[in-house]
Design a protein around this ligand. Structure first.
Ligand SMILES: [Mn+2]
Length: 334
């Protein structure tokens, strides 16, 4: 994105003194790391900033929030005192509805809202939606914005932004990774931040039971006849048997992309009366498109949706039907 994008974004934000930064519900490291880095940058410029999310952070992301920069909405309402935001910044999503039910309701009284995001959006509104779909992560946009503000990165900002980009690119594996991404990473590392700290926190904190669950799930991995779609299914009973939670299975899908000729990888996860579907793809296959058709959304190479399972319906039938639609979609894309 050209410089004018960042200059406009910077000018927009710096008009305000009291700023609230939020992200999508069930936030990932891109949202959280971006919130932390932007909040530190704006505080350094003398702004009063609160980072507020619909819910508490998942335990696996707590290490990013050592300084307790991010509050749940409930916590924030208790500690904010007379703080009244003049500007709301929504990060890593472009719809207010994605901030969560409680957050959306709280934000509904504020007029000045901007979105900083890299997800595709049909009708971005000028001066409201600062969207760069080419950015590998929202963390990359925030990193460039901080540089545009003339600030130097701190180690804490670097860890947040590095983790944001690491997670959103599946450890630098997606085609969204460019020279701009790596140039920014180089600057982040100049702060003395250790790549292994981020990597080990995110990927290296598994329990043995979780390793056994991964083995069990991958053992049951399936492919279609053409061997270009691979999928795994994780049922509630698997989680119970291996004393794991649905959060532990977050990155399992990435293992499927190493299969020869695979174009789309799918992971179905049973979550109460829902089935969560995550998809990854190689090459020109845009799984964001099929995810949208199935009621969800995402990027070209990483997308997701959720199916509600009505009473009396069989989850496996829902899985089979969606696989058929994904296969039709793939055949029409090849
Ligand atoms: Mn993102």
């Amino acid at each position: 994105m050209d410089n004018s994008f960042y200059e406009a974004l910077k000018a927009h934000i710096l008009k305000f003194e009291r700023i609230l930064i939020t992200t999508h519900v069930v936030p990932d490291a891109d949202g959280i790391g971006s919130q932390i880095a932007l909040s530190e940058a704006l505080s350094a410029m003398g702004k009063k900033v609160f980072c507020v999310n619909d819910d508490e952070l998942d335990k696996r992301y707590k290490y990013l929030n050592e300084e307790k920069t991010i509050h749940s909405l409930e916590e924030y309402l208790n500690v904010k005192k007379d703080f009244q935001p003049e500007l709301i910044i929504v990060i890593d999503t472009n719809k207010i509805s994605r901030t969560g039910i409680k957050m959306k309701q709280y934000l509904s009284v504020f007029g000045e809202i901007i979105f900083i995001d890299h997800h595709p959006f049909d009708k971005p509104i000028e001066n409201t939606h600062y969207i760069d779909v080419k950015a590998a992560a929202t963390g990359q946009i925030i990193g460039t914005l901080i540089k545009t503000m003339g600030l130097s990165f701190t180690k804490n900002m670097a860890r947040g932004l590095y983790t944001a980009i690491l997670i959103d690119t599946n450890t630098f594996r997606y085609p969204s990774v460019t020279n701009e991404t790596h140039n920014l990473i180089a600057e982040l590392l100049e702060t003395g931040m250790k790549t292994t700290d981020a990597y080990n926190e995110i990927y290296g904190a598994k329990q043995l039971c979780n390793m056994h669950l991964l083995g069990h799930i991958l053992h049951n991995c399936k492919m279609n006849k053409s061997k270009n779609i691979a999928w795994i299914t994780i049922y509630q009973e698997d989680l119970e048997k291996f004393q794991s939670t649905i959060e532990d299975t977050h990155s399992y899908i990435n293992n499927l992309l190493i299969l020869q000729n695979v174009k789309i990888a799918c992971m179905f996860r049973e979550d109460g009366r829902r089935v969560r579907l995550s998809m990854r793809s190689h090459g020109d296959i845009d799984v964001g498109e099929i995810a949208e058709e199935l009621g969800g959304g995402g990027h070209a190479h990483s997308a997701a949706t959720v199916f509600e399972v009505p009473p009396g319906y069989d989850k496996d039938v829902i899985i089979k039907n969606s696989l058929n639609r994904i296969e039709d979609f793939l055949n029409s894309s090849l």
